[in-house]
Design a protein around this ligand. Structure first.
Ligand SMILES: [Zn+2]
Length: 437
């Protein structure tokens, strides 16, 4: 058993957890998973299937690891790339094909011109990425770096073939089934190889609570996601290769993961719709909906990337408007105005930040962060308040489990510290001490 399969086994058995083996962790492999299939774990995973006519590669590479993934493939196979499949258009999945195209142009003997297949909605996504490139740099900076701007590509290798609902192809006598489902994205494809019963889910499975709620990204589709997982289970796969995280090996384990993840999603989806149909506000729904307790304990359903509360908000957004059911939110006073009035009632911004500190010490970070924001808004030139608020947000980030929450709270802490820095360079010392603490 190779390293990847060993970790996969340990994760399933509970000897390791996703809190130390994060699905978005460092690269491993390549590793042979079955007679004809290899798995390369990266930030996102790459799956390579050999056929007599060449390789089928699912998600060849992310934008920052194309060379590494190409070298990994060439470490175990010299076969030409025949077909690349993008499971969806996220930038950690749709790069690297050019490395294989270069091989074709450099070779006089290689007759195979690789092709790329994806769902048709990927084309709109790539267009959207071009018009919102800077925006995506901001939100990915918050999500993954805790602030600042991340790299975000604007040029993409577009698919040669797109399909709508399903597509069956044969490569070198090997049947490959592509199935579309909306889930994490509107352009998702999952892939099944019937001969080896290998299922490649794309990001419909990521060894964590499904990313159906991402606070900063466009609509996700929790209900259709669950349906897709049940369609996969009906094929009785024996090996599941996820978009992120480690493989699941064995028919029973795959069936359990697919059906329990579907149940988790269905439960949250049904609860939200039921409360919406009763006319409840978004706030009431967020406070009342919980995932099934038993499933929340599963190793593969931990909230380390996304979390249930964010799924609830996304389901609301899919079926509701932006109005959240709280009338004062329809045409609100500005946050500055609200903050100034709350500070006046409290006896000043200083009272707010003091109370925020007390609440943070008691572990009530939800309330502490409201008060800290009001204090900062109400007295925006006060460096002491900014640094105290930064500390509260930093501590809150430290107690969160999901990448999404950690990134957004860290970003706020960073912006508060930086703005205090700009106003008073002498505060740098305090900041660096805070950063060490
Ligand atoms: Zn991904």
């Amino acid at each position: 058993m190779g390293d990847i399969l060993e970790v996969a086994e340990a994760l399933w058995n509970g000897e390791k957890t996703v809190y130390t083996q994060h699905p978005f962790g460092p690269p491993w492999g390549p590793e042979q998973i079955s007679e004809k299939t290899w798995f390369i774990k990266g930030f996102a995973n790459t799956i390579v299937r050999s056929t007599p006519d060449g390789l089928v590669i699912i998600d060849p590479a992310g934008s920052v690891e194309a060379d590494k993934k190409h070298r990994a493939v060439r470490s175990f196979s010299q076969q030409p790339l025949h077909t690349a499949i993008y499971t969806h258009g996220h930038v950690d999945h749709v790069f690297g094909v050019d490395r294989f195209l270069n091989e074709v142009s450099e070779s006089n003997t290689n007759p195979v011109q690789p092709r790329v297949i994806a769902h048709e909605a990927i084309l709109d996504r790539f267009n959207r990425y071009r018009t919102t490139n800077e925006w995506n740099r901001h939100i990915n900076g918050r999500q993954f770096l805790g602030g600042g701007k991340a790299d975000f590509p604007s040029e993409f290798h577009r698919p040669d073939i797109v399909y709508r609902d399903q597509l069956d192809i044969t490569v070198g006598g090997t049947r490959v089934m592509l199935r579309h489902a909306r889930g994490e994205t509107d352009d998702h494809t999952w892939v099944f190889f019937p001969d080896e019963k290998v299922l490649a889910t794309g990001d419909l499975v990521i060894w964590a609570v499904p990313n159906g709620g991402n606070p900063q990204k466009v609509q996700r589709y929790v209900g259709e996601w669950a349906t897709a997982l049940r369609s996969m289970a009906a094929l009785e796969p024996e090996i599941l290769l996820p978009g992120h995280g480690f493989p699941i090996i064995g028919k029973d384990r795959v069936a359990q993961l697919l059906s329990e993840t579907a149940t988790y999603l269905e439960s949250v989806y049904d609860q939200v719709l039921q409360l919406m149909n009763q006319g409840e506000s978004l706030d009431t729904i967020v406070q009342q909906v919980n995932p099934p307790e038993e499933l929340s304990q599963r190793a593969f359903l931990q909230p380390i990337y996304d979390e249930c509360e964010f799924l609830v908000r996304n389901i609301w957004r899919q079926f509701g408007g932006w109005y959240d059911g709280t009338p004062s939110h329809l045409k609100p006073a500005s946050e500055d105005e609200q903050s100034a009035e709350i500070a006046r009632l409290a006896g000043g911004a200083g009272q707010l930040i003091r109370r925020a500190g007390e609440l943070a010490n008691e572990g009530n970070f939800k309330l502490a962060c409201h008060l800290a924001e009001w204090a900062v808004n109400a007295d925006s030139d006060n460096l002491e308040i900014q640094l105290a608020a930064a500390d509260i947000f930093k501590k809150r980030a430290g107690g969160e489990t999901s990448t999404m929450a950690v990134g957004i709270f860290r970003d706020m802490a960073r912006r508060l510290s930086e703005s205090a820095d700009q106003e008073a360079p002498g505060e740098t010392v305090i900041k660096s001490q805070m950063n060490q603490g």
